[in-house]
Design a protein around this ligand. Structure first.
Ligand SMILES: Cc1cc2nc3c(=O)[nH]c(=O)nc-3n(C[C@H](O)[C@H](O)[C@H](O)COP(=O)(O)OP(=O)(O)OC[C@H]3O[C@@H](n4cnc5c(N)ncnc54)[C@H](O)[C@@H]3O)c2cc1C
Length: 466
């Protein structure tokens, strides 16, 4: 027997597993263990017994069967960006897909196949070569797999829909270690569930997406005003977005200005409200559409201009590095009513960490034109997703900033409509039910009973089969 830090696994079984893998099996004694158990959110500190770094589907099947035989709890990791750290467990086995980086773009058919370990920036690198893109998230080091399985919101969503709205098919390994495919034509019930509640039913090893023409140059970037102007900026913004075309997606951010080279030094550290834009259409139309917002009041800085789509995609990367401490409370609201705006503006002024930056995503457009029951994703008719992100570099000051996030979220409670499952922390069953929606939750439970009755995959926003 081998005694690892927290659990006991049969040594002969470990050796056999090790010998059979094309990837690698890492235990607590290995040099890379510390690096491999770390996840994006530095406030998560867990010690798995073993980490199976899978090189392909055969390794994933072997890892699932090994965990079953040994009775090990399993966490599945692709990009490791789960806010509550659901891709690492104490004890048990982490099935790590980060080595699975294959991407194949077919520019003629306008489709792409991407393996589960791909990060958003890696997919953009391949698709943008052909002026194509999968609408996904706003930070390039986020994992494609976890983001897609929860829905996927980002700069292109109002024009083309959520990331799941581009899905053609997935390859999966089930809780029994069986390989299955899911699409509209094959295992259609599973394909429905994968698009919004995907982490519950198996391990997706590969995605097939439809691609959309984007850029490579888009009219995009942030416009800054002093944070104390937030009530007026938000009121003007709210009225302006009533009539903007689907090509435009905007995100409002309240924060202290980060010390980045693109920003004049005298602004660094100043509290600001930012309207960031991405126009996924002709540049000459974009300038006209964005002009009213650019002209409002006296912006401190305007960086909204033509730029490569991939430059926009990496704009927020330095604001969300791996290892800082993060806490989130999120909700959707129907609209930016005067009451919501006043709560947002008031609470923004109370943040104390210079690293906190909370986004308000503008939804609508194509997202809301896909039927609410067509996929497991819930909240297609929401107006905005507010993600109250409290951030500190270490544990110092974290409790205070987390309290700020919770109080802010509570003040918005009368206006909550839904919540995006990928923006949940570990918040209990009621919130999970809210994320999937009461009606869909029952349908998802039935699906869970069919594909994972033993709840083998439970390190996720879990749908209990019972
Ligand atoms: C900096 C940052 C920016 C973000 N920006 C956005 C954004 O713009 N838009 C957006 O929609 N979301 C965004 N998110 C949220 C993001 O969608 C989730 O954190 C998502 O879970 C990340 O996916 P991952 O593969 O990195 O996660 P992981 O931590 O690896 O996994 C997350 C969950 O999915 C499960 N899982 C992972 N891979 C698989 C797989 N292959 N098969 C089955 N289950 C799997 C895990 O078990 C876990 O439960 C952001 C997150 C971060 C940290």
């Amino acid at each position: 027997m081998v005694r690892t830090e927290r659990t006991v696994v049969d040594a002969a079984a470990v050796s056999a597993m090790q010998a059979g893998l094309r990837g690698e099996l890492i235990g607590a004694g290995d040099a890379s263990y510390e690096e491999r158990r770390a996840v994006w959110n530095g406030s998560i500190d867990r010690y798995p017994a073993l980490i199976a770094r899978c090189a392909g589907v055969a390794d994933v099947i072997a890892a699932v069967k090994f965990a079953r035989r040994e009775g090990l709890r399993v966490a599945v990791r692709s990009g490791g960006h789960s806010f509550p750290g659901l891709s690492v467990c104490d004890d048990g086995l982490v099935i790590d897909l980060s080595l699975m980086k294959g991407i194949r773009v077919d520019p003629h058919a306008r489709t792409a196949r991407a393996q589960a370990g791909v990060l958003l920036g890696e997919l953009d690198r391949e698709t943008q070569e052909f002026g194509l893109a999968v609408p996904a998230g706003i930070v390039t080091h986020t994992g494609l797999a976890g983001l897609t399985l929860g829905g996927g919101i980002g700069w292109l969503m109002r024009k083309f829909g959520l990331t799941i709205d581009q899905l053609v098919s997935v390859d999966m390994v089930t809780a029994e270690g069986e390989f299955v495919k899911a699409s509209e034509k094959e295992n259609a019930d599973l394909f429905w569930g994968v698009r919004g509640a995907g982490a519950n039913f198996g391990i997706v090893t590969e995605f097939e997406f439809r691609l959309n023409p984007v850029g490579p140059i888009v009219f995009a970037g942030p416009i800054f005003w002093p944070m104390q102007d937030s009530p007026d900026v938000l009121r003007f913004y709210r009225d302006w977005i009533q009539d903007v075309p689907d090509e435009l997606t905007t995100i409002v951010v309240h924060r202290m200005v980060p010390p980045l080279p693109a920003i004049p030094q005298e602004l660094h550290g100043k509290p600001v409200v930012v309207v960031a834009c991405c126009y996924a259409g002709p540049l000459e139309d974009a300038e006209r559409v964005v002009r009213p917002m650019k002209g409002f009041g006296s912006p401190l800085l305007d960086l909204c201009a033509p730029k490569p789509f991939v430059a926009l995609q990496s704009m927020f990367d330095p604001s969300f590095p791996q290892g800082w401490w993060y806490y989130f409370k999120s909700c959707d609201v129907a609209e930016l009513s005067d009451a919501v705006i006043d709560i947002v503006a008031d609470n923004a002024m109370r943040m104390s960490s210079p690293l906190t930056a909370f986004p308000i995503f503008q939804l609508g457009g194509v997202i809301s034109r896909v039927g609410e029951d067509e996929t497991a994703f819930n909240g297609r008719n929401a107006g905005h997703t507010i993600n109250i992100n409290a951030t500190t570099a270490t544990g110092e000051g974290f409790d205070l900033e987390r309290e700020w996030s919770r109080n802010f979220w509570s003040a918005l409670e009368p206006y909550h409509t839904s919540v995006y499952v990928n923006f949940l922390m570990d918040e209990g069953e009621d919130r999970i039910r809210q994320a999937y929606g009461a009606g869909k939750y029952e349908r998802l439970k039935a699906l869970k009973r069919k594909y994972d009755p033993g709840n083998f995959f439970r390190m996720n926003q879990n749908i209990s089969p019972e």
